[in-house]
Design a protein around this ligand. Structure first.
Ligand code: P53
Length: 477
């Protein structure tokens, strides 16, 4: 019996993690401090720390979730074998920049740090899992915050390229898929995670944020060139925190507001994929009184070195209104969004919208005509271990079913898609809240918000479900 599936034969099914939320071992083998290493969890002021990082740095918290995290550093073999057991074709992970360059501006790499990723990449290859590497996932070395306010300073481009040069040469022939910056648009929303900067006492934060964005965009283009020069087989992707923003009503004011909100993210991909700043940037800069400082070659660099594919994270659609009285309920969220009454909401206020993924994919492809790669998707939820020692996470399966079905529909609509890596395939620390309780994984990790637990790994029901999805190439969901 042949079952119908919209997914191509070589579709890359897998899962995604990031060093700063997964590895622990925060000072092992010469690693320097990562941005997240100075942050407490949501119950001890994480949001205040994210928005005032210099103050956070001077504060002694009782507990730092990232320091041990779920200790992938010492559990990598077990974890990669579990991924292989699910049938992963690809595994997306990030390389911790301060593990390789502890201070950011070091001139030579920390060999012990590279040795760790050698072990990961060699085992991936042995298990026939294609590595997909995020070069910078919220992980600018903390030392650079203190030295030059992170990406606010143009010298970060050189430091980043030195890091890239080491990676592209060292992993030549072993890694072919690279993402230059995780959720590059995050720099506007959480400048500390996105750009290693503190803008809390800046007179004109938007000026700093967009200038730093420019530095990252130039760095991304130069990294793309370097990757192609070193190995023409390298495929380089940009990475957007995506999710279509809908208008709250058919009022054209709301529709226009939604268009502007979508452009806040497209802004970055317009540069990375089309090679030029979009037309609307001029008016945006004028309205925000931003004057970008550019080096003479910057525009030519951006133009000549566009990305090969468009990757993105998608958790939910968003909703906006032009009426400030309606919109102001939403403060405090990373991405402001009204509550959409047509959608289910998770415990953390994120809404499930599979069709929104199909819409987002169609919009991205219509705009860029480059292959897509979904590199994050999933439901952060509280899990309970039942008396039989199992985790029956039917809510997670339901979310993934809805989203994967919609992805298949988008592919059937004619949108090319290279692969799908769901977020936090093994439970890890939440970026936004620092909690362990907000879990995304197919594999449960025994650890709680306060750091108690054995770190034992247990497959959840969703583990066996996803195994079947991969085995049938998405024909059984
Ligand atoms: P958490 C929101 C807030 C922080 C990071 O988020 C985010 C988002 C959603 O776009 O981005 C990504 O852990 C990020 C991951 C993160 C994941 O979303 O707050 O790339 O590092 O863990 C999920 O539930």
């Amino acid at each position: 019996m042949t079952t119908h599936t919209p997914f191509p034969n070589d579709f890359l099914w897998g899962g995604a993690t990031a060093a700063n939320q997964y590895e622990g071992a925060y000072l092992s083998d010469g690693k320097g401090l990562s941005l997240v290493d100075i942050l407490p969890d949501a119950h001890h002021g994480r949001w205040a720390a994210l928005t005032h990082p210099k103050e956070a740095q001077a504060t002694q918290y009782d507990f730092y979730p990232s320091h041990e995290s779920v200790d992938f550093y010492h559990h990598y073999e077990e974890d990669l074998r579990l991924m292989a057991e699910m049938g992963f074709k690809t595994y997306r992970f990030s390389i911790s920049w301060p593990r390789i360059f502890p201070n950011g501006d070091d001139l030579t790499p920390n060999e012990a740090g590279l040795a760790f990723y050698d072990r990961i990449i060699d085992l991936c290859r042995a298990l026939q899992i294609e590595p997909l590497v995020t070069i910078n996932h919220f992980d600018t070395p903390l030392a650079m915050l203190n030295k030059c306010n992170g990406w606010a300073d143009r010298q970060m481009i050189d430091h980043y390229l030195r890091f890239c040069d080491v990676l592209f040469k060292h992993y030549k022939g072993k890694v072919h898929y690279w993402l230059t910056f995780n959720e590059i648009n995050m720099i506007l929303h959480i400048p500390f995670l996105g750009g290693g900067m503190d803008v809390s006492d800046a007179a004109h934060p938007d000026q700093i944020k967009y200038q730093a964005s420019h530095h990252q965009l130039v760095a991304s283009a130069l990294a793309t060139k370097l990757a192609h020069d070193i190995d023409p087989d390298n495929q380089i992707g940009c990475m957007l925190a995506a999710g279509e923003t809908y208008p709250n009503t058919p009022n054209p004011d709301d529709v226009f507001k939604a268009l502007e909100t979508n452009r806040e993210g497209y802004f970055f991909i317009d540069v990375q994929s089309r090679g030029t700043y979009p037309n609307y940037a001029k008016r945006l800069f004028k309205a925000k009184e931003i004057v970008l400082e550019m080096a003479p070659d910057d525009e030519a660099i951006l133009k000549a070195n566009t990305v090969d594919f468009i990757s993105f994270s998608y958790y939910s659609s968003r909703l906006t209104s032009a009426d400030p009285a309606v919109n102001n309920q939403t403060e405090g969220n990373v991405f402001a969004s009204l509550k959409n009454p047509y959608l289910k909401t998770s415990e953390w206020g994120w809404q499930t919208d599979g069709l929104g993924l199909r819409i987002t994919m169609n919009q991205l492809y219509d705009r860029y005509q480059k292959p897509l790669f979904i590199v994050e998707n999933g439901l952060g939820a509280r899990d309970t271990v039942t008396a039989d020692g199992q985790i029956h996470d039917d809510y997670r399966i339901a979310y993934l079913q809805e989203n994967i079905t919609a992805m298949g529909q988008a592919i059937a609509d004619g949108v090319p898609c290279i692969g799908y890596t769901s977020w936090g395939c093994i439970d890890l620390i939440s970026a936004g809240s620092g909690e362990m309780a907000k879990r995304y994984g197919y594999v449960y990790v025994d650890r709680d918000n306060d750091g108690n637990g054995t770190l034992a790994r247990t497959p959840k029901d969703s583990f066996y479900w996803y195994q079947k999805v991969i085995k049938t190439n998405g024909s059984v969901l």
